[in-house]
Design a protein around this ligand. Structure first.
Ligand SMILES: [Zn+2]
Length: 85
């Protein structure tokens, strides 16, 4: 099993929403940053644009109930894949 990290916020997932071939997004929503996989994370430019808006609006979780109590955005952002930083 390979851990996949959101291109926008770095949250870890047990499966890639981009599919086994990395080219077949399922258009689900990141539970943390709210990015739609396959749309908001399509290119490095779209990822950076989405991330900037998300951070500037307070880095709220899309599903607030899933947010760990001691969560901080910075350590998680360190897991963003290099081409999308
Ligand atoms: Zn995310």
């Amino acid at each position: 099993m390979t851990i996949w990290h959101c291109r926008v916020c770095g949250l870890d997932y047990e499966e890639s929403p981009w599919g086994l071939d990395d080219r077949t997004p399922d258009y689900t929503i990141c539970e943390c940053c709210g990015a739609e996989f396959g749309y908001d994370d399509y290119t490095p430019a779209s990822v950076r644009r989405y991330r900037l808006n998300w951070l500037q609006s307070g880095a709220a979780w899309f599903y607030p109930k899933l947010r760990p109590a001691d969560w901080q955005p910075e350590p998680q952002l360190a897991y963003v894949p290099e081409p999308y930083r």
